[in-house]
Design a protein around this ligand. Structure first.
Ligand SMILES: Nc1ncnc2c1ncn2[C@@H]1O[C@H](COP(=O)(O)OP(=O)(O)OP(=O)(O)O)[C@@H](O)[C@H]1O
Ligand SMILES: [Mg+2]
Length: 251
């Protein structure tokens, strides 16, 4: 499988040299294949979001490298990067500007990409429909949507400029179980429709969801990758002691 993202020996130390020094990542290396869905699990504080934030350049690593299609992430402008990597967060309502109508937020990246006003309007309507909403949701404000609807709109916004990589950081964690299933079904449809054109990093503490959705999984503990492999294999037959405990704790 062709790789789209290669993460090599990432270290991340917060407040380096100070009393409050925290080592959030220790030599984290993995790759993401084209069209692959990679899960990241691990308890709270294990470094999952830190990985996501470094890959999207919201944060700089202390050292190590991230290569996107063979180019060092540091040599790609943020503007270019956001065309290639998009993220969906845990709290959908908060991820939108409360003063902007949903349609305006979804359209933001399209305007930057040079779409005309009429093209943008049509594209926004299509995106909302692809994500299971009707086009009139474009006129609503974030607080006028349910959590699940808002997450659909956040996914529509993330897909607007057809990114190569979608990172979902606990994207279903704040939703109730039925809505979680709907969002996973939506992500699954997106994967089927886009095939190799979209690769997903799916961060979750919900092992059952990861098992249902991801091809491979990374298990993190205290900033380190302790296990990595085929999802079913890792969950059914964990080799690492921490993974065994993590899986046993939810079964
Ligand atoms: N800006 C920061 N300054 C200092 N420490 C930080 C900062 N951001 C994260 N950390 C620390 O880095 C470690 C990893 O945090 P991270 O957010 O990556 O965990 P996580 O696996 O995403 O946890 P959760 O499941 O709770 O979201 C934690 O110990 C956290 O306290
Ligand atoms: Mg997190």
């Amino acid at each position: 499988m062709e790789q789209i993202l290669e993460v090599d020996k990432l270290n991340c130390i917060f407040n380096k040299g100070k009393k409050r020094e925290v080592t959030a990542l220790k030599s984290v290396s993995f790759s993401l294949g084209k069209g692959e869905c990679l899960g990241i699990i691990g308890e709270s504080g294990s470094g999952k979001s830190t990985v996501a934030r470094i890959v999207t350049r919201l944060l700089s690593a202390t050292n190590g490298s991230v290569m996107l299609e063979g180019d060092d992430l540091n040599n790609i402008s943020k503007k270019e990067l956001y065309k290639k990597i998009q993220m969906v967060f845990q709290t959908p309502v908060e991820s939108f500007n409360p003063r902007l109508r949903i349609g305006v937020s979804v359209a933001e990246s399209l305007k930057n990409a040079g779409y005309s006003t009429s093209e943008t309007k049509e594209r926004v309507a299509n995106l909302l429909e692809e994500c299971g909403l009707t086009s009139d949701y474009a006129n609503r404000f974030p607080h006028e949507l349910s959590g699940g609807e808002c997450q659909r709109a956040a996914i529509a916004r993330a897909l607007a400029i057809s990114p190569d990589i979608l990172i979902c950081d606990e994207a279903t964690s704040s939703l109730d179980v039925t809505v979680q299933k709907e969002i996973i079904a939506l992500l699954d449809n997106i994967r089927k429709a886009k095939g190799e054109d979209i690769s997903i990093i799916f961060i979750s503490h919900d092992i059952a969801l990861v098992q249902a959705f991801c091809d491979r999984v990374i298990v993190m503990n205290k900033g380190e990758i302790v296990e990595m492999g085929d999802t079913d294999e890792v969950i059914k037959n964990p080799k690492d002691e921490y993974t065994k405990k993590l899986i046993a704790s939810v079964l």
